[in-house]
Design a protein around this ligand. Structure first.
Ligand code: SF4
Length: 63
């Protein structure tokens, strides 16, 4: 599993950061979300899926 954010497309809404703070961080300078290095993706699979479903830019992928 590899969670990625297309930062070009990210609108900076912070929805994913609110839904799944163990996986998604927020770069205040660039107003873009990022995937936290070393985040436990398996333990947070449910909120990752919820974040993907809630992202208004549809820019989170989990392949
Ligand atoms: S939900 Fe999508 S658009 Fe919003 S901050 Fe996260 S990656 Fe960016």
């Amino acid at each position: 599993m590899a969670v990625k954010i297309d930062e070009e497309e990210c609108m900076g809404c912070e929805s994913c950061v609110e839904i799944c703070p163990a996986v998604f961080g927020f770069n205040e300078d660039e107003t873009k979300a990022f995937v936290i290095e070393g985040a436990d993706l398996e333990a947070n699979a449910d909120c990752i899926e919820e974040s993907i479903g809630s992202c208004p830019a549809a820019c989170i992928t989990n392949d």
